[in-house]
Design a protein around this ligand. Sequence first.
Ligand SMILES: Nc1ncnc2c1ncn2[C@@H]1O[C@H](COP(=O)(O)OP(=O)(O)OP(=O)(O)O)[C@@H](O)[C@H]1O
Ligand SMILES: [Mg+2]
Length: 368
Amino acid sequence: MDLNFVKKLFPQKGIIGIDIGNYAVKTVSFIEEKKKIKLKDWGYILLDFPQGATAEEKQVFVSEEIKKYLRKRGIQFKFAAASISGNSVIVRYVKFPKLSKKELALTLHVEAEPFIPFDINDVNLTYWPLNDIMEEGQTKMEAVLVAAKKGVVDGKIDVLSGAGLDPTIIDVDAFALETLYSWLNPEVSDSAILFLNLGHKVTNLSIIARGATRVVRDIFIAGASFDKSISKSFKVELKAAGDLKKRKGVLLSVKDKETAIENYDKEALGMSKVSHAVLQDLYTEISRSIDFYLSQGVEQSISKIMLSGGMANLGNIGEYMSQKFNVPVEILNPLAPLAEQIKNIPKDILPALAVATGLALRKLRDWE
Ligand SMILES: Nc1ncnc2c1ncn2[C@@H]1O[C@H](COP(=O)(O)OP(=O)(O)OP(=O)(O)O)[C@@H](O)[C@H]1O
Ligand SMILES: [Mg+2]
């Protein structure tokens, strides 16, 4: 019997979630055994790009790193889910005239154009209907509109294909977090939660209210912003600044600050001062998004902040946010339901696996 033929007819159902960041690639894959989800593999691949690499060379580099990793771990999954974020993707909550699917397919570009700040011909457009509403005596349709610059989607597809994978799903970071959250909390809660995925170049912000994402925004203040400020203030290279950040943490707690003053620890005090300025900028941007959310006449104010991403565990960022916004802050453990299987994952890596976990879960929700 030609086994390859059988494989083609019954392809391996597994899907690997791959979050390709500016700092690291995160991978998560599950298998289902007796209707139970088991973690098959997780990976955190640091990206040490060759100096002066062009964007294209970086893509090839990432493909090779993923390929090497999969080979090393003996992962034979073929299908992959990845996601995009940053300034080449726009998510908007819009109202369209109520049209049939067919009609909307024909006019989507026209309806969407006012909401999209890019050339409409350069984007991949998609929408997701939410609910119907009555406005000015007309039935309208609320929908999530997603516009992604074509080059960015193609770029992700190329990276995955280059790694020998079949790109099955290209999602948006914030929606991967929504998928994750509904797995972690199957009961739809009545409150609104602010998600902050603190990465290297981008902080993905989203607000989930009553189980559905209502605001999606990317803020370009994240791990690299701290590195830059530290590098400038301490007159060290960026890489050294990043190491210092990881070693020392960013912000001193009130108590640690007292100790640092007593010990005349100039390094810790300087770090904290520099980081405070970065966090202040981040706070201002987050506040703007919360104000925007609240201006939509919503019923729920923010009741909790969930932090994820590589920066989530670092030096008192959680405490800072909690104090500033006067709400509890939780560090997201994306694999919490599998507590027994994740004992070997370092605590500071876990929150960085959030997007990859949400992507890996896609298969279990809607792809089969
Ligand atoms: N223990 C740690 N291990 C790895 N990264 C850490 C750690 N502590 C802090 N960081 C910082 O977290 C950031 C990387 O986080 P993450 O992996 O979420 O980013 P990314 O997804 O690659 O970036 P982006 O989403 O912006 O493209 C870096 O700025 C890094 O310095
Ligand atoms: Mg990221």
